[in-house]
Design a protein around this ligand. Structure first.
Ligand SMILES: Cc1cc2nc3c(=O)[nH]c(=O)nc-3n(C[C@H](O)[C@H](O)[C@H](O)COP(=O)(O)OP(=O)(O)OC[C@H]3O[C@@H](n4cnc5c(N)ncnc54)[C@H](O)[C@@H]3O)c2cc1C
Length: 300
């Protein structure tokens, strides 16, 4: 079945986009602000926090980056108007990183001002290693001016150890994830064990530095290891949360965490640019094909 799933994923990439849409559906919470806010409201009703992301990356024109920035600002207004427990995540290349430093700084500044005005939070997602330096520098710059900002570090990168040390002088709010981009061996761990061990090492380091840490993973073994360590070391519940992606099945474990008083936040992406994101998710776990096929003919 696994080979068949991988084959289907490969074939999907060759077909017109509309063909892939049913496979993308589990990972994407709609195309409009109305659709995504309704899904977030339902998640909040079940005790989940959320962080919302407008899908898209590597924006090519200044005008488009400006339009997306305005959408992010509108999103904060809608979150506030609808009283949702939801922060925002943004990919730097979506709002101008590839175009110019001046543009990304201007756009991030506008989004952060809106986040402050609506009493909310912004997390800068981490993209491929080509932009790690710049993303960290941008985070450091804005963190000195704003407290409602966080970023992401990836445990597959060899450099992350040094980055955590460098960020330790700021009171940081970091999401740790394994990392999703295909990075070369000279800068990234490739073995699952190395990536996982590094993840735990970073989580410990963040807690020692008294920094807030969002553990973003669906790896059940890693989640249990983190929980054992948290309980052994008595890590305060306001110093961490768990995060998962919308649509990834977790067999009820997240609901159990909520019952234990642990915060769980779901990363909820939406928007018309769903294709690349969904294909990355399918690539990551072709087993999902079976799950998607099973749900294809069910209604929401
Ligand atoms: C909230 C959140 C935010 C993230 N932000 C970033 C970011 O800013 N930058 C970045 O590089 N990466 C980001 N990622 C992706 C992350 O780096 C990993 O690529 C991804 O989470 C898979 O790693 P894992 O820890 O879940 O473990 P894995 O070992 O990959 O997965 C563990 C298990 O989870 C299940 N699973 C994983 N993915 C899927 C899927 N797509 N569909 C169905 N089941 C699945 C499978 O059962 C799998 O065996 C984020 C992930 C999360 C959860």
């Amino acid at each position: 079945m696994n080979y068949l799933n991988i084959l289907i994923t490969k074939i999907l990439k060759l077909l017109p986009k509309w063909f892939a849409k049913p496979f993308a559906k589990p990972y994407v919470a709609g195309e409009t602000i109305e659709e995504v806010t309704a899904k977030i409201k339902s998640l909040n009703g079940k005790g989940f926090l959320a962080t919302v992301d407008i899908l898209g990356e590597h924006t090519k024109s200044e005008r488009e980056a400006q339009r997306i920035t305005e959408q992010y600002c509108m999103l904060y207004d809608e979150i506030s108007r609808k009283n949702l427990e939801c922060s925002v995540s943004v990919k730097p290349s979506h709002i101008g990183l590839d175009i110019s430093t001046a543009l990304i700084m201007k756009n991030l500044s506008a989004i952060l001002d809106k986040a402050v005005n609506t009493n909310n939070f912004l997390r800068i997602d981490m993209e491929s290693s080509k932009s790690t330096d710049q993303t960290i520098q941008i985070y450091q710059y804005f963190r000195k001016k704003y407290s409602n900002i966080g970023t992401v570090l990836q445990s597959y990168l060899l450099r992350t150890q040094t980055d955590i040390d460098q960020l330790s002088e700021l009171e940081s709010n970091i999401r740790i994830c394994k990392g999703i981009y295909n990075e070369p061996q000279k800068i990234a761990f490739k073995s699952r064990d190395d990536i996982k061990n590094n993840y735990i090492l970073f989580a410990k380091k963040m807690a020692r530095n008294n920094h807030f840490c969002a553990y973003a993973t669906h790896d059940q073994e890693l989640i249990e290891d983190l929980l054992n360590w948290i309980s052994k070391e008595n890590i305060p519940k306001d110093l961490f949360e768990f995060q998962c992606l919308y649509g990834v099945p977790m067999q009820g474990r997240l609901e159990e965490l909520i019952k234990e008083g642990i915060k769980v936040r779901i990363y909820v992406p939406f928007g018309p640019d769903w294709y690349d994101y969904s294909m990355r998710r399918l690539n990551e776990n072709p087993k999902i094909i079976k799950y998607v096929l099973g749900n294809l003919f069910k209604n929401d």
